[in-house]
Design a binder for this molecule. Structure first.
Ligand code: GTP
Ligand code: MG
Length: 193
């Protein structure tokens, strides 16, 4: 699999817009502004996804085709306080529809900001994947913003809070490329199986 042979295949807001199922899919989820689109650009191809300085940049479901082998799905972020109630509901419905309906979903990547403890919404996401028995990859983003000591400490705190062993987290930075190689390796391994 050539991860950088990547293109935007489809932009969707509802089920009817999704590309026809043919390939396995992995989705990228997490709070608004956590770094989902930046993650996609680092792991796959530069400038593939649109990155925003203000939260709420990605407000559609974007399907990326990776080497005609699998799809990566960039989901809108959740938990952004600065949008209207209606907008929040619309995003929530959009994310839920995707997660509940998409049978080809083989892997979920949950992004957590390395600087903060996970939110209730993050925990809801985790327990959802757990129930559906969808394998999950947890990535701590923006690790370049912390010192080594802080990163070690925060990784432990997040791990405790979620009750998930700390060795299972990938420490990542879109800015420095930290962790990208391991993540790419794991994705290829997973998708080739
Ligand atoms: P929404 O689409 O709004 O949900 O956001 P998102 O999760 O897709 O985040 P996005 O990739 O657009 O990044 C949000 C902001 O964080 C941008 O200003 C990025 O440049 C910045 N950012 C993302 N990843 C990193 C990182 O690893 N390090 C640093 N320093 N900044 C980052
Ligand atoms: Mg985005």
């Amino acid at each position: 699999i050539n991860l950088s042979n990547a293109r935007l295949e489809k932009i969707a807001v509802k089920k009817d817009d999704y590309p026809p199922i043919k390939m396995p899919e992995m989705c990228i989820c997490g709070r608004s502004n956590v770094g989902k689109s930046s993650f996609i650009n680092t792991i796959f191809k530069d400038k593939l996804a649109r990155v925003g300085s203000t939260p709420g940049k990605t407000c559609t479901i974007n399907f990326f085709n990776i080497d005609n082998k699998f799809r990566v799905v960039d989901l809108p972020g959740y938990g952004y306080a600065q949008v209207s109630k209606e907008e929040k509901k619309r995003w929530k419905d959009m994310i839920e529809e995707y997660l509940l309906e998409r049978e080809e979903l083989k892997l979920a990547v949950l992004l957590l900001d390395s600087r903060h403890l996970p939110t209730e919404d993050d925990k809801i996401m985790l327990s959802f994947f757990d129930k559906k028995e969808i394998p999950i990859m947890i990535v701590l983003t923006k690790c370049d913003k912390l010192s080594n000591n802080e990163l070690t400490k925060n990784t432990e705190l997040i791990s405790k809070e979620l009750g998930i062993e700390k060795d299972l987290f990938y420490q990542f930075s879109a800015k420095t490329g930290m962790g990208a190689k391991q993540i790419q390796y794991s994705i290829v391994k997973f998708m080739e199986e």
